[in-house]
Design a protein around this ligand. Sequence first.
Ligand code: DQA
Length: 147
Amino acid sequence: KQIFLLNGPNLNLLGKREPDTYGRTCLEDVVQLVEQTAKEYGYEIAHYQSNHEGDLVDYIQEAQDKAEGIVINPAAYTHTSVAIRDAISAIELPVIEVHISNVHRREPFRHESLSAPVCDGQIVGFGVDGYRLATLGLIEKIKEGRR
Ligand code: DQA
């Protein structure tokens, strides 16, 4: 049983990048946190990070055959990418969107998510612990059956 964990642009810099906004935990530790959480429910994690929009589209498509659900932080593409939104729409798996920071307390351009309306849930503003919460939420959605 597999869950895809997808991280978008600049999240490879997590821990070093704007620590006041995103904290000091690195991406590797986030992946471990998600792996531990998922393992308790018998799921394995396949993690991919990319700075490229098309890669993320490819991973979302790939998930259809390889995973039971997706936890995704599309990062800046959240606010701009019709392609990522359409990819999420195209698959028939539960998808939970995560944002580390509380995007609603930040610049107005971060208030809109093109992808959130086609996701099954969104976790915002809990720091990197949001990934754990999203994973638990996703596992519930998977149990409930298709979205
Ligand atoms: C982010 C919020 C986005 O607005 C930003 O572009 C990111 C990270 C978050 O996790 O808080 O890169 O998705």
